[in-house]
Design a protein around this ligand. Structure first.
Ligand code: 13P
Length: 251
């Protein structure tokens, strides 16, 4: 049984005050909701506030990125120990935005992934192809290469905590959601590659969530796919009622 994860990635939106206002409105809307794990990823400046405001509820807040070392002369970075010290237990890694705009690589994602696991932080590692790669029929090759690089030398027991997000770049912020069938096929490719890297059992147990223009109108059809274990939601996670509607999709 893979418990679904519905996660909101707030990207570079919301001040601490706006984050707290969101939680004030959102927490009562999803109170008692247990079917799905609910995660939010605020910016670093809001994270400690969000963690504190959500303490004792069914919602957890995590970081959008982190460094792999515990400390050092790395301006602008936050370390795993720093995240743990504020009660953070989740981190997004390898999102396509840091990959496209800030030269993030899967080699670094691999170091971060190991550091997260060693510190008891659950990593949500993102994979996804660009439109041109899909049109060139290279989706499978691209996803397999990404998974191999990110999960290099990760053992089955280390991979236990891992959550994966399939986020096709052409679907992010564009309104062109992948069809449930297209998303499920990509998840199957990732799961198959995962079984090569970390064993069959890990592949069967790992949650793979879909991200890219998820909305209240399309979440149920996506979640009806056996292969889809949740969603990573960008824009539609910024409004409490909209995100609550996504979390509470009807099966
Ligand atoms: P949108 O839901 O805005 O398309 O963003 C998806 C995403 O990048 C989540 O990480």
């Amino acid at each position: 049984m893979r418990k679904p994860v519905i996660a909101g990635n707030w990207k570079m939106y919301k001040t601490p005050k706006e984050s707290l206002a969101f939680l004030d409105a959102f927490l009562p809307l999803v109170e008692g909701h247990e079917r799905d794990e609910i995660l939010l990823f605020p910016t670093m400046s809001s994270l400690a506030y969000a963690i504190e405001a959500a303490a004792g509820t069914n919602v957890r807040a995590g970081a959008q990125n982190m460094h792999w070392l515990n400390e050092g002369p790395y301006t602008g970075q936050t370390s795993p120990t720093m995240l743990v010290s504020i009660g953070c237990r989740h981190v997004l890694l390898g999102h396509s935005e840091p990959r496209l705009y800030f030269n993030e690589t899967y080699e670094r994602v691999n170091l971060k992934l190991k550091a997260a696991i060693n510190h008891g932080i659950t990593p949500i590692v993102c994979f996804g192809e660009m439109l041109a790669e899909r049109e060139d029929l290279r989706t499978e090759e691209v996803l397999r290469t990404q998974v191999q690089a990110a999960l290099r030398n990760i053992s089955a027991s280390e991979a236990r905590r891992l959550v994966i997000a399939y986020e096709p770049i052409w679907a992010i912020g564009t309104g062109s959601t992948a069809s449930p069938e297209v998303a499920a096929a990509a998840h199957a490719i990732i799961r198959h590659e995962l079984s090569h890297c970390c064993g069959q059992q890990t592949a069967e147990n790992t949650r793979i969530v879909y991200g890219g223009s998820v909305k209240p109108e399309n979440i149920a059809a996506l979640m009806a796919q056996e292969e889809i274990d949740g969603a990573l939601v960008g824009g539609a996670s910024l409004v409490p009622t909209t995100f609550a509607d996504i979390v509470q999709y009807k099966e």
